[in-house]
Every structure is written in C-alpha cells, then in structure tokens.
Design a protein. Structure first.
Length: 209
C-alpha cells in the first residue's frame, strides 16, 4: 500500500492558509503555490539515491555525494498543475517536463483526456505528477495509468490538498504510488469539490471563472 505523507512544515502550513483565503488574488495565489511547491519538492525528493563523487575544492580533493539513479521528470496535470511546475524546477532545473491534459466531466465527474506530450525517455525517469487538488482522484489515477502504459515504473504524486475519497481511490488503483500533500481535508461536496478546500485551483491561478 502506498504511503501518504502530509508535509507539515510550518512554512508550508502558513502559505497554504494564505492560498485558501478567498481574498488572495491570482498573482499572490500563483506566487504562493510556487513557493509551497518548492518546499514540498524538498520532501518528495528526500529519498533520492546518492553516490560518491570526487571533487577538487580550493583546499584539496574530497569525496562528496551526488544524486544517482534515475533522472527526474515532472508531469503536471493541466491546467492547474502548471502552477506547481516552476517550484519544482527551481530545485531540479534539469528535470524534463511532460504535460497531460484532463478535465472532469461535470455530470459524471470522470476524467476526460484531451492532451498528452511526454519526454521521449519518460520510462527511464522518476516521475513526479503534479495536481494541486486530489479530490475524487479520478484525474490523477487516469494520468498515472497512462504513464504506466508508457512504461513508467517510478511515480510519486504531489498535491496541495487531498480528500479522503481521492486518497482511497489512488491507493486502490495505484498502491505503488506514494502521495505527498500539504493537508488532508474533510470531504467532497456533491459537486466533487474539496471541503473546506480552496475553491477551483485552476480558476484561482489564472483568474478565470
């Protein structure tokens, strides 16, 4: 069974509260989402493997440690996942970025794919899927299923908020994918929105309705 890690660092929780505030406008919302993504990416990458590397400092030779193993790939789920990309890239600027476009059918609440563009070597990378809101879990589960079909075997999911329903679906369909979130909220409402949540992340990021 996959693990669910709540990133409870005080800076993350402080900024998340500001993100939730309905008075926070699009510019501040975008900045805060990026800042939280930087902090969360630090936790998501905590277990990356290391290997020894000899370097020459101004004072002499020494053996340091560098990241080994698979390279990193970042896959935001459009469109709200875009708001988290730059935060991750600030820590891992060499990561390749793919995109998966999904929208939730307002009647069935099921995900519908409309776009997908991935790095050619995606199956060789440790993939971090970015989706601010793990609500029903349908979009994240569908995106991860598509990545697995492309041969990806190492995947983590990073989100700002999660609902118990979304976590349950993810653990049922993808028990090998660990989930990182800044908070687990109470429930979903009848329209599939997280309560208390933060509203529609995409609309708040881009100033749309």
């Amino acid at each position: 069974m996959s693990t669910v890690q709540v990133v409870s660092h005080p800076l993350v929780q402080h900024k998340l509260t500001m993100i939730r505030d309905q008075e926070t406008g699009p510019k501040d919302f975008r900045d805060l989402v990026e800042e939280v993504s930087v902090l969360m990416a630090y936790e998501v990458t905590r277990d990356l493997p290391l290997e020894d590397c000899e370097v020459e400092t101004p004072m002499g030779k020494m053996t340091g440690r560098v990241i080994a193993g698979k390279k990193i790939g970042v896959v935001p789920i459009l469109r709200a996942g875009l708001g988290m990309v730059n935060g991750v890239l600030r820590l891992i600027p060499t990561a390749k970025v793919g995109h998966i476009g999904l929208y939730r059918d307002p009647k069935t609440l099921l995900p519908v794919e409309y776009y997908c563009k991935l790095p050619t070597d995606v199956e060789e990378r440790q993939i971090i899927v970015l989706d601010p809101m793990l609500a029903t879990g349908g979009s994240a589960a569908a995106a991860i299923a598509y990545l697995k079909k492309r041969g990806v075997s190492s995947i983590k999911l990073m989100c700002l908020l999660a609902a118990p329903e979304g976590i349950a679906l993810m653990q049922r369909e993808h028990p090998d994918v660990d989930i990182f979130t800044a908070a687990i909220d109470e429930k979903l409402n009848s329209h599939g929105y997280i309560i208390p949540g933060l509203g529609d992340a995409g609309d708040r990021l881009f100033g749309t309705k």
